[in-house]
Design a protein around this ligand. Structure first.
Ligand code: ATP
Ligand code: MG
Length: 137
């Protein structure tokens, strides 16, 4: 069984989509093993997205990600990392497939409602960013 870190981004929390997004993952058989609502500081957002620090959208992305609360969760299932990425859809909602979370809900390619770890290495860093061992049930 694999675990992955998912975040409902500020646009999703702000538009009251927490329940809908979690339902979609649960309906696809993923299990919530940890869950919390937090507001990232600008510094924490920069740390979380440090791999993108040279990208032109880094300032805007980290301003946005620290602009309001997010919901972080750890989801578990067979091939959870890959399946979560498929269920989320492409980064840009214009390119996302029908039925994906980003096609359904994303505003644009920055305010795209959800994050999911992109590899086992990313998940191994992102899960402890939000959760300690005793919170992973
Ligand atoms: P995430 O890492 O959030 O799950 P992703 O893996 O689909 O999304 P990345 O390429 O890792 O996409 O980009 C991280 C985030 O940065 C995107 O989800 C989006 O919020 C933002 N982003 C990516 N590309 C752009 C862009 N060209 N312009 C504005 N924001 C962008
Ligand atoms: Mg990514």
């Amino acid at each position: 069984m694999e675990r992955t870190l998912v975040m409902i981004k500020p646009d999703g929390v702000q538009r009251n989509l927490i329940g809908k997004v979690i339902s979609i993952f649960e309906e696809k058989g993923l299990r919530v093993v940890a869950l919390k609502k937090v507001k990232l500081s600008k510094e924490q957002a920069k740390q979380f997205y440090v791999v993108h620090k040279e990208r032109p959208f880094f300032e805007s992305l980290t301003d946005y990600m620290s602009s309001g609360p997010v919901v972080a969760m750890v989801l578990e299932g067979e091939q959870a990392i890959k399946r979560v990425r498929e269920i989320m859809g492409a980064t840009d909602p214009k390119e996302a497939q029908e039925g994906t979370i980003r096609k359904l809900f994303a505003i644009d390619k920055e305010k795209n409602t959800v994050h999911g770890s992109d590899s086992p290495e990313s998940a191994a860093k992102e899960i402890p960013f939000f959760f300690s061992e005793y919170e992973l049930l």
